[in-house]
Structure formats: structure tokens, C-alpha cells
Design a protein around this ligand. Structure first.
Ligand SMILES: [Zn+2]
Length: 474
């Protein structure tokens, strides 16, 4: 079935790409998804990129349980209030009502900080730099595959520190050296690092840092967050340590996460009307080879040449599509939809000439390459595609970043489809809420350090205290 055009029906396009590319499908419990092998292959590569960087910055992986006693969650007031509407509770098990209900983790601060209370006694026990890869459950009212699902996969880092400065530095290290670096270099996402306004913070955080991407419908997607939690969780769960002067202190915390939502970000940043376009670093197959022949004689010659091509590309992730019952044109469309970066075509004439035709998914360009030079050329092309997809997305983001001169222009830009709208903001949460009520646009990020905009608020005209970026968002 043909895909809807992105410009006609972006949500329909997204849904069909996810389905037809074999990435995921909705499952039987509302809001849940089955991640199929092709989608999971992409997630595994994302996971590896982030995990490598998490470890390179000094963190270790561990694992905490899925079930958390309900009363533990209730200890941090803002946290429980923020998550209460989304929490699933187990009240019945083993054939009877539970005396104490258990929640299925929506995030693990509660169980982890209750445990850290046992692990942290002295400054010598700090810092704790731990991360876990797991699933979490948040009851979604408007589920959407990969973007908002009731159950999703993610990593959650939870660190404990002696000082506020050290914890703030940790939150920034994760944002820059782990999240932004992996998102840009591996996923090809030109994300912008920034700080959330108070109303968009994680429940219980002092500061929430974000990396924000622009999708190709010009909506923003929060692609990962890193929180400085101050001493809120240490106080709620009684995590005290003896400092270097022999005094009792509460530990300082961070937490940070990226999820399977990143798969959605990759689809919606790089896709086009033909389907997915995958950055080579994430592609389950970097190259697909389609042999072309009609007679048995041609088949034999093409297969002999194919063996040389395969050995030339032995260190690449290569898929040979030799399904006999399907025509080459059908296969081309299918692999274009699945976003495979390079396609190699070998017909009888190519076999005779000792060459192949190489087609790029990103630009659609084709070239003839001698088999002897194939390994080198494929390496060059994959590197070009990896950086090219990033540059295209960055140019699109920049072309759709605006500085409206007044609120009239602000509203006109939102009605025309949005983008990143940058302007002065007064810092008042009520003003922020009014803009949201009137236009649906929210503050996606503020600069990492407040910047004097030298202009009045774009909405209310009061003195500006910071430079905000608004957008319609997922
Ligand atoms: Zn204002």
C-alpha cells in the first residue's frame, strides 16, 4: 500500500512507515506495542551508542525491581503528585488482595533512593554513578507507537553526590557528553541542548535539562532529559552521610533518561515520502544487494559475481535479497521504505563487466563501481550519508527557526505550521500558560544559562528576563 504524503497527512505517514517497515505494531493491552525485529535492531544500536558513552563517563549498570511499594512513592510529595495520574497499581496477587499495593515503576527514584539510604553513610561512599536499562509503565491517554506508549524501554541514570556543584556538573556531563553527542553523531539528530521552564520540569527536580529535536512536520520532540534533583530525594528517603568535617549532610542527586521514543525521533527527522531514511550507524542493514536475472544461465553468472561482492563487503552489515518470486522494482521500493542507506544492483551485464550499480537512499543518486573498488567506495558513501542526513536535518531546523517581532507574528507562525519560535520571555508561569492556552505552543527550552534578551516579553510586554524557544510539541 502506498504511503500517504508527509505534507498531506504526517501522522498517517508516520503510522504507515512504522507498520510497513516492520518496526512495531500496537499490541493487545491499550497503549502497548510489540517492537518487531527491524525496529528492535535500530533500538539496539541506539542503546549501544548511549551505553558506551554512559560507561565512558564513569557509570556502571545495575538493576532494580519493577515493583515498588506504593508507600515509598508517596514520600516525595511533588514526585507522587506528578506521577499519580500515570501510575499503574497492583492491588491483587496470589489469589488475594494485597495488604500493601505495589506500583509498577513509572521511574525508579523512589526505590533507588530508599536503597541508597542503606548504601550511603560517609562521603567515602560517594559519588554513586549508576544506570539501569529497563522498562517502565506510564498510563498514556493518547498512545502513539514509539512516541508515547504505556510501557516503554529506556535507561535511567541515578547518581548521588557530596555537593550541589558536583551534581550539577554531572547533569551537564550527561547532557553534553552522553546525550547530545550520541544523538548527533549516531542518530543524526541536530538536537539543541537547553533548560526547561519550571512548569515543564520533572516532578521533584530543581532543574531539568533537555535535548530538543525538530521533526520534519516542524513540531518539537523532547529527545532526552537530565535532571538536577538537589537534596529533595535524599530528604524524602533519609539519605544522609558524614561529610569531610564530620557533619551529617543530605546527598545531592541527579537522574536522566532516554527511551524508545528516540526511534520515533529518527523516523520523524529523516523520513521522506518514500519512507524511512536511516543513518548508517543505526541501520540493521547498511547495504542491501538485489541480484537481477531472467534465465538460469544469467542466475549462475550473477551469483558468481555476487560471491565476490559479498566478500568485498565482509565487514559490513549486508542483506542479500534473493527472493525469487519478487520483481527487482518491488524490492527496491521495499528497501527504500525500510530506509537502507545503500542498495547494490547486480545484473548479468554488471557481472560481465566486473562492476555493480550503487544507489543511495538519501539522494537517490546512482553510480557504477568496479567490484575491486567497492569496499572503499561503500565506506565513503556511508560516511557521507551519515553526515549528510545530519546536515539536512540541521538546515531544515535552521530554516524553520524564527524570531517573531510581536505576538501577532508569533500566532501567525504557529498557524502556518510552527517551527522553533525564539523570543524574549518575562519568566512568569501565568504568561507561559496563556500562550499555551491560546496557541498550544509550549516553551521547549531556555538557554543553559539565562540570557538577558534586552527586549520586552513577546506575549505580555513585561520586561524580558530570558530568551525562550517555543514550539508545538509531541
Ligand atoms: Zn510574558
Amino acid at each position: 500500500m502506498a504511503l500517504p504524503k508527509q505534507s498531506d497527512d504526517f501522522p498517517g505517514w508516520y503510522q504507515e512507515v512504522v507498520k510497513q517497515a516492520g518496526m512495531a505494531e500496537p499490541s493487545l493491552a491499550r497503549g502497548t506495542m510489540v517492537i518487531k525485529p527491524y525496529g528492535f535492531g535500530i533500538w539496539e544500536r541506539i542503546q549501544r551508542a548511549f551505553d558506551d558513552r554512559i560507561k565512558a563517563t564513569g557509570h556502571e549498570n545495575l538493576y532494580f525491581p519493577l515493583l515498588i511499594p506504593n508507600k515509598l512513592l508517596e514520600k516525595e510529595a511533588e514526585h507522587v503528585e506528578g506521577f499519580a495520574p500515570e501510575v499503574a497499581v497492583v492491588t491483587h496477587a496470589g489469589g488475594e488482595d494485597l495488604e500493601e499495593p505495589l506500583v509498577i515503576r513509572p521511574t525508579s527514584e523512589a526505590i533507588i533512593w530508599a536503597t541508597y539510604a542503606k548504601w550511603i553513610q560517609s562521603y567515602r561512599d560517594l559519588p554513586l554513578l549508576y544506570n539501569q536499562w529497563c522498562n517502565v509503565v506510564r498510563w498514556e491517554m493518547r498512545p502513539r507507537v514509539f512516541l508515547r506508549t504505556t510501557e516503554f524501554l529506556w535507561q535511567e541514570g541515578h547518581t548521588a553526590h557530596e555537593t550541589a556543584d558536583e551534581a550539577i556538573a554531572e547533569a551537564l556531563t550527561i547532557l553534553h557528553e552522553v546525550y547530545v553527542d550520541a544523538a548527533r553523531t549516531v542518530c543524526g539528530l541536530p538536537v539543541v541542548p537547553g533548560r526547561k521552564s519550571a512548569s515543564e520540569r520533572f516532578p521533584g527536580a530543581e532543574e531539568t535539562l533537555t535535548m530538543e529535536g525538530m521533526m520534519c512536520d516542524r513540531k518539537a520532540l523532547q529527545a532526552g532529559t537530565s535532571h538536577y534533583l538537589g537534596q529533595n530525594f535524599a530528604k524524602a528517603y533519609g539519605v544522609q552521610f558524614q561529610d569531610r568535617d564530620g557533619e551529617q549532610q543530605y546527598a545531592f542527586a541527579t537522574s536522566w533518561g532516554v527511551s524508545t521514543r528516540l526511534v520515533g525521533a529518527v523516523i520523524m527527522t529523516h523520513g521522506d515520502d518514500k519512507g524511512l531514511r536511516l543513518p548508517p550507524a543505526l541501520a540493521p542493514h547498511e547495504v542491501v544487494i538485489v541480484p537481477i536475472y531472467k534465465s538460469d544461465g544469467e542466475r549462475a553468472r550473477v551469483h558468481e559475481a555476487l560471491a565476490h561482492v559479498k566478500s568485498a563487503l565482509a565487514d559490513r552489515r549486508v542483506k542479500v535479497d534473493d527472493r525469487e518470486q519478487l520483481r527487482p522494482g518491488y524490492k527496491y521500493n521495499e528497501w527504500e521504505l525500510k530506509g537502507v542507506p545503500l542498495r547494490i544492483e547486480i545484473g548479468p551485464r554488471d557481472a560481465e563487466a566486473g562492476s555493480v550499480v550503487v544507489a543511495r537512499r538519501d539522494t537517490g543518486e546512482k553510480e557504477t563501481v568496479a567490484v575491486g573498488k567497492l569496499a572503499g567506495r561503500v565506506g565513503e558513501l556511508l560516511a557521507e550519508i551519515q553526515t549528510g542526513l545530519y546536515r539536512d536535518a540541521e538546515a531544515f531546523r535552521d530554516a524553520n527557526t524564527f524570531s517573531p517581532k510581536d505576538y501577532g507574528e508569533f500566532k501567525a507562525l504557529i498557524e502556518a505550521g510552527g517551527g522553533f519560535l525564539q523570543g524574549a520571555w518575562c519568566g512568569d508561569p501565568d504568561c507561559e500558560a496563556e500562550i499555551k492556552a491560546e496557541t498550544k505552543a509550549t516553551i521547549r527550552f531556555l538557554p543553559l544559562q539565562p540570557e538577558d534578551p534586552g527586549a520586552p516579553c513577546v506575549h505580555c510586554g513585561k520586561p524580558g528576563v530570558d530568551r525562550a524557544t517555543w514550539a508545538l510539541a509531541y
